[in-house]
Design a protein around this ligand. Structure first.
Ligand SMILES: NC(=O)NCCC[C@H](N)C(=O)O
Length: 408
């Protein structure tokens, strides 16, 4: 076991990764709740789990240590006092700060063994799960059209987003939609109390903010350069805020903020742009204009804690300069075809997980993009994707690197 976090690139040999195996939370999605829960369809859980196990095994077969979010959480919450404090906060963030429902939830979840408690919180608590002994006005007037006292977290298998490993530290994210906001409370406890991380991981930005940032937008291009999407999920002011902290306390001195369309299909930068080698990236053509340009701003530390901001549109030139490369190979999703590119992007054809320079894990269904990657010299490990892809995230979204080897 390696302690702490060490991620100084998107592509350094992956040593340890955090996943979450989808559980019963997936079966708490119905057509009426899909939009609120950020799904477009209902995955078939047994197959989704099989596909996820295949993904985890593909990583293990490459010598990567796989650790699980839900297990790290249970370990972090072993102490009764910490567990009590966590439950109070989790229940408060689920809508019950005080009163009969809060007390009933405390009793119900507090009486479980810690792993069952964590799993149940992720799964969601239904109204009939809990007995409210002395009902109060809040519990009596509860909206019974909504079946949950505590909403399920079906997006928990996208471990990329609630946090992001950057250097030896982490950003614990204030997420945009209510459906995902409580996921990063679990991260907060893992980082604070799991002995693997406790006291060893600087938090570059915590979740106590009104402005939003999500891990799918945070790309670690090198040991001093980040790319961060200005997207549906990450706001420009949150980027400026994390920049201030990173420029002061870390080795990061360059942030390329890339503006992408603000929509569900392209919710994060990593759904349209990923790094797969020292000088190679996947890119969905829809983020570029007809001249291949995209608005981006490069942030650097200025004088007296100020930040300098330069506007650019030529992303190739910006990447060349930031990464000190003479050429950059941008590989178009679906080979840039009008039909294939959006179809494969929708199923995360751009969402590659690099496990070493020039070596990636991708969904098997994006065969045009995968073949193109191979033609560009990339080693591609395909994983199964019929059910997992229904949540709108691919191998990068489903993984949070904890340790990578440094690159030269
Ligand atoms: N990094 C990513 O792009 N993650 C995919 C998240 C999908 C999830 N259904 C969401 O809407 O947040």
């Amino acid at each position: 076991m390696t302690s702490g976090i060490h991620v100084t690139s998107e592509i350094g040999k992956l040593k340890t990764v955090m996943l979450h195996r989808p559980g019963k939370e997936i079966e708490n999605i119905t057509p009426d709740y899909m939009e609120r829960l950020l799904f477009d369809d209902i995955p078939y859980l047994p197959i989704a789990q099989k596909e996820h196990d295949y993904f985890a095994q593909t990583l293990r077969d490459q010598g990567i240590e796989v650790i699980y979010f839900e297990k790290l959480a249970a370990e972090a919450l072993a102490d009764e006092k910490i567990r009590h404090e966590f439950l109070e906060r989790m229940i408060a963030e689920s809508g019950y700060i005080a009163g009969a429902t809060k007390e009933a939830l405390m009793e119900y979840l507090g009486s479980m063994n810690v792993q069952d408690m964590v799993n149940k919180i992720i799964e969601g608590v239904r109204i009939e799960d809990v007995e409210i002994k002395n009902p109060d006005l809040q519990s009596l007037s509860e909206d019974t059209d909504w079946p949950f006292l505590m909403d399920p977290m079906p997006n928990a298998y996208f471990t990329r987003d609630p946090q992001a490993s950057i250097g030896n530290g982490i950003s614990i994210n204030r997420m945009t939609f209510k459906a995902r906001q409580r996921e990063s409370l679990i991260t907060e406890y893992i980082i604070k109390y799991n002995e693997r991380f406790a006291g060893k991981v600087p938090v570059w930005r915590d979740r106590n903010h009104a402005t939003h940032i999500e891990g799918g937008d945070e790309l670690v291009l090198s040991n001093h350069v980040l790319a961060i999407g200005i997207s549906q999920r990450t706001t420009a002011d949150a980027i400026q805020d994390i920049a201030k902290n990173l420029f002061k306390d870390s080795d990061y001195d360059t942030i390329i903020a890339i503006h992408i369309p603000h929509n569900h299909a392209m919710m994060h930068l990593d759904t349209v742009f990923t790094m797969i080698n020292y000088d190679q990236f996947t890119v969905h053509p829809a983020i570029l204009d007809e001249d291949g340009k995209v608005d981006n701003w490069v942030l650097h530390p200025g004088k007296d804690g100020e930040i300098t901001i330069e506007h650019h549109t030529d992303i190739k030139e910006v990447l060349k300069k930031a990464l000190n490369k003479s050429e950059i190979d941008l590989i178009a999703t679906g080979n840039g075809d009008k039909i294939i590119a959006p179809r494969e992007q929708w199923n995360d054809g751009s969402n590659t997980l690099a496990i070493a320079p020039g070596e990636v894990v991708t969904y098997d269904r994006n065969y045009v993009s995968n073949d193109l990657l191979r033609k560009h010299g990339i080693l591609v490990h395909e994983v199964r994707s019929s059910e997992l892809s229904r949540g709108r995230g691919g191998p990068r979204c489903m993984s949070c690197p904890i340790v990578r080897e440094d690159i030269d």
